[in-house]
Design a protein around this ligand. Structure first.
Ligand code: ATP
Ligand code: MG
Length: 433
């Protein structure tokens, strides 16, 4: 693949990528870069710190193509070589020289400059896999390396959206489930919700599914999960939505190593365009890793002091640890609870230094009915403002526009009729009792 990604002159100060642009992580490979300029070397070094290159071994050397040819005349070649060219050199001759000392399977990324004259066709013929016009940003380097390994750019590779509460009980799971519903139904993206609250998770109740061992079977499995194994653990909720449910039982405890869920997420990413993580409000190695590794993050907060402090800390920590990612988002929930003193939206936004993506009102009747019936807010009231809010969050987080055909005026009534009927038909035994 040849690409010239130079969108702005102010390239080194690039804005965060738009929400519809996402990069799937690179596998465990060795990458060696041979740079000409200190700026490029700095961008590549910074890329090695990016979460998506967390598994790669990346080393940076100076001296460009000449140094690479010299190095590989005596040393084996890694999986990926990044080469920066300089304006006066003959790129094609340099590549020919390298070809004589490189393994044929090695992938080559060329960082060129605007003065390059070598035709793309000739670069391709010499085995160049990606070509980026310098000066490059950190994200250019991350994207280029990762793109060498994504199965096909035409096939959607799964992106992970993590939702977490700034405090316990703020409605993070409710928001996660309703947003996932909107992503699946209104944006028609195949989605899986993973309930990571293994002991107490409510996703199976909220989607009116019998509790399953879902995520527990996957995480306690001694073998590395494959796609077929994970597929068997999924409970189907709607056409485009499935659930990897929590057992919500207390026979065992759920202490995990930080990397316990990595292979499950990686496996799901290969087949599922959108994975929504319902992350419990706790701070452990694996919850931290689930948040840091996600493509996008939504913190759900109530408008009080403790939530504000925690939101600020969470957003700050995430921004610092993920400098090349879109900034994490937050929404306010249960706003306007009668008699409760609240911190106003503006003061909250000022303290946490960003505006919420949404402010969801406290509506105990609506949310209580949904929770007790195992329904989504959209099923109870398709035209309600809160339903629209969940759709807006879904669009903001995925960067996808609504694909659903326009609904008729009778749709809300028909939805009510259909959902009432299906909820009764699908009600698990335990709930009917
Ligand atoms: N906007 C709202 N108005 C009224 N009730 C709400 C609202 N949002 C959520 N709730 C209710 O608040 C309760 C807690 O919600 P939920 O379980 O989603 O919170 P959580 O943050 O995931 O909690 P936990 O920390 O236990 O994981 C539920 O009964 C839910 O129906
Ligand atoms: Mg929860």
């Amino acid at each position: 693949m040849i690409s010239t990604r130079k969108d702005t002159d102010d390239h080194l100060d690039a804005a965060p990528p738009p929400a519809d642009d996402y990069i799937s992580p690179a596998p465990r490979v060795g990458v060696q870069a041979f740079c000409e300029t200190e700026e490029t070397a700095a961008a590549v070094r910074a890329a090695s710190e990016d979460r998506r290159l967390g598994k790669t071994r990346l080393s940076v050397h100076m001296g460009g193509m000449a140094a690479a040819a010299k190095a590989y005349s005596t040393a084996p070649t890694p999986n990926v070589i990044i080469l920066e060219t300089h304006s006066s050199e003959d790129t094609l001759a340099g590549l020919d020289e390298l070809a004589s000392v490189c393994d044929p399977g090695t992938r080559v990324v060329l960082i060129g400059n605007p003065g390059d004259t070598a035709p793309y066709r000739e670069l391709l013929r010499r085995g160049v896999n990606d070509y980026v016009v310098g000066p490059v940003t950190t994200l250019d380097v991350v994207r280029s390396i990762c793109s060498l390994f994504s199965a096909s750019e035409a096939i959607a590779v799964g992106r992970v959206l993590a939702v977490v509460g700034a405090k316990g009980g703020v409605g993070a799971s409710t928001v996660a489930h309703n947003v996932a519903w909107a992503i699946a139904r209104d944006l028609a993206l195949d989605s899986v919700v993973i309930d990571l609250d293994l002991a107490f998770g409510t996703a199976s109740l909220d989607y009116n599914k019998d509790p399953l061992q879902g995520i527990a079977n996957a995480v306690f499995s001694p073998d590395r999960p494959d796609t077929a194994f994970i597929e068997r653990l999924l409970a189907r909720c709607t056409d485009h939505l499935s659930l990897l449910a929590a057992p919500a039982t207390l026979e065992r405890v759920y202490d995990f190593g930080a990397e316990a869920f990595d292979s499950i997420f990686d496996t799901l990413r290969m087949t599922t365009p959108c994975i929504v993580l319902d992350v419990p409000h706790q701070w452990s190695g694996w919850t931290r890793r689930a948040l840091l590794g996600a493509d996008d993050i939504l913190v759900v907060a109530e408008p009080d002091l403790a939530n504000m402090r925690n939101t600020k800390n969470l957003l700050q920590m995430l921004k610092t640890a993920r400098p090349n990612d879109r900034t994490p988002l937050y929404c306010l929930n249960q706003v306007g609870m009668p008699k409760r003193p609240e911190i106003g939206g503006r003061a909250f936004a000022k303290t946490v230094e960003s505006a919420p993506v949404a402010s969801i009102p406290f509506d105990p009747r609506m949310f209580g009915t949904a929770a007790n019936n195992g329904q989504m807010i959209a099923e109870i009231s398709a035209g309600h403002r809160i339903t629209q809010t969940f759709l807006q969050i879904a669009q903001r987080m995925t960067g996808h526009a609504e694909t659903k055909p326009r609904r008729s005026l009778l749709s809300p009534i028909l939805d009510k009729f259909r959902s009432g009927r299906s909820a009764r038909e699908e009600m698990p035994e335990s709930r009917r009792a």
